[in-house]
Design a binder for this molecule. Structure first.
Ligand code: C2E
Ligand code: MG
Ligand code: MG
Length: 439
């Protein structure tokens, strides 16, 4: 029997190491890679919410890892707030890091509180000189410590770290791209107007038209270039500037909505992502929307709001959703299938649409038949259920013709994904609307 961690049901430290050794024997140590994951400032979370709630945070993080990394051969909890993922395909690691940041840093609603986790990662890849599985796990831990000392979020192990783990080196060549963002920089970025919205079309394949453009924020950092939202939104939430940033997003998106040209007798709307923290003061959210819609001179039904499912739609939010609905905007649940909301609860809430999370669309192409099967059932089932209760569905994350054909066969009509278009600056997105043949 494998030894499991009693709180999370993941492998404990001993079992994780033994798994690494078994995998190394089967695939060769040079094909094994490890990510050691630490939850940032977990001590402060513990102090702020108490041990019981903090345990629930650990359990939720573990559940997310299990759900989104079901294809990974071993997931462990090394100790406290340290988790570990073991991979047998080091070449896909970069993509997996991206997924990890995306799925784990989503806000979690626990006992009425919204908690956003930050992560620090230590990465180690096996090679001919790695003595054994234990050494590989140690390397990932050394890399993580190195990241901590240098205040970086991701560091990959290199041998000079092992020679003197206490030494602080600037090993730029071995450093993964630093995701560390300084909160002062983020404040400054607001005053310097460094944020911009890109737009990705949501296409109605039945009507052959663009239904919405989803507004996706980017930070044009003067030195680091274009920074994607998952690298700064969790920080903006933590330092309480999401309301101000949210107001900028709503204002800009409504002004842009007014400029979208009509095509074939239809004018696409704009879909705006709303962060859970913007629900902490619904009056501000409502007032901002009302003012922005009026100022831009658009119809409120040209605006759709995307609210992530992970906020659990607690009762506090129910009144807010009703108020938004009365304003005339459309409401959509983003990343559906990743949170915990029951379908029965959905019927009670005033949503118009669900966006099926892209992880299911990715899994439709998974090599593992069980995962593929599960994803097929989820996607086709959700489309049917949504339809039967009068909700629209948007399928996000469609990247290939194969995925498109499959989701079409499940009855999907509203589709978004790199197969059609990536997020683009406004002018480019709206010219796509006129020029391109879409399905
Ligand atoms: P989301 O709302 O689920 O947005 C979809 C994300 O998936 C976008 O990433 C988009 O670029 C990406 N995507 C679209 N099609 C595909 C595809 O075919 N394959 C793959 N692999 N990815 C695809 P992005 O722009 O990095 O945004 C990430 C998340 O950040 C968003 O997820 C949303 O939760 C948040 N976000 C983005 N803009 C805003 C914003 O203005 N306000 C708030 N509150 N959150 C935002
Ligand atoms: Mg969205
Ligand atoms: Mg989404």
């Amino acid at each position: 029997m494998p030894q499991l961690d009693s709180l999370t049901g993941l492998f404990d430290r001993t079992e994780t190491i033994s798994c690494v050794e078994t995998l190394a024997a089967a695939f060769g140590i040079e094909n094994i890679a490890i990510i050691d994951i630490e939850i940032l400032r977990f001590g402060s979370i513990n102090n702020a919410v108490g041990t019981d709630t903090a345990d629930k945070v650990i359990k939720t993080a573990a559940r997310r890892l299990l759900k989104h990394f079901s294809h990974v051969p071993a997931i462990g909890r090394l100790h406290g707030d340290h988790f570990c993922l073991v991979f047998t395909k080091p070449e896909i690691l970069e993509n997996e890091v991206k997924n990890l940041l995306e799925f784990t840093q989503r806000p979690m609603a626990i006992e009425g509180q919204i908690i956003v986790l930050g992560l620090r990662l230590g990465i180690a890849k096996g090679n001919v000189s790695t003595s054994d599985g234990k050494a590989l796990v140690n390397h990932a831990e050394i890399a993580l410590n190195n990241a901590k000392r240098r205040n970086l979020n991701i560091v990959e192990f290199c041998p000079s770290m092992a020679l003197d783990a206490q030494q602080v080196h600037e090993i730029e060549n071995d450093l993964r791209v630093s995701l560390f963002i300084n909160s002062a920089e983020l404040h400054q970025a607001l005053t310097n107007n460094e944020f911009e919205l890109h737009y990705q079309p949501i296409i109605n394949i039945e009507k052959q038209r663009i239904e919405y453009f989803e507004a996706l924020i980017r930070w044009r950092h003067p030195a680091k270039g274009l920074i994607p939202p998952l690298q700064f939104i969790p920080i903006a939430e933590r330092i309480n500037i999401m309301n101000v940033l949210g107001q900028f997003i709503i204002d800009r998106a409504c002004l842009d909505a007014a400029k979208i040209p009509e095509a074939q007798g239809y004018t696409p709307g704009i879909s705006i992502n709303i962060s859970p923290s913007q629900f902490q003061d619904t009056d501000i959210l409502l007032a901002t929307l009302k003012r922005a819609i009026k100022h831009a001179g658009i119809m409120s039904n040209h605006i759709q709001l995307e609210i992530t499912e992970s906020t659990e739609f607690c009762h506090v939010m129910e009144d807010s959703l009703d108020a938004l609905k009365r304003l005339g905007v459309k409401l959509s649940i983003d990343d559906f299938g990743t949170g915990f909301s029951a379908i029965s609860r959905l019927i009670e809430l005033p949503f118009d649409c669900i966006k099926i999370d892209k992880s299911f669309i990715r899994d439709l192409m998974c090599n593992d038949a069980k995962t593929r099967n599960k994803a097929e059932k989820m996607v086709s089932g959700l489309i049917k259920i949504a339809e039967s209760i009068g909700l629209k569905t948007i399928v996000e994350g469609v990247e290939t013709k194969e995925q498109l054909t499959l989701v079409k066969s499940f009855g999907a009509t509203l589709i978004q994904g790199f197969y059609f278009a990536k997020p683009m600056p406004f002018e480019q997105a709206t010219s796509f609307c006129i020029e391109e043949e879409i399905a």
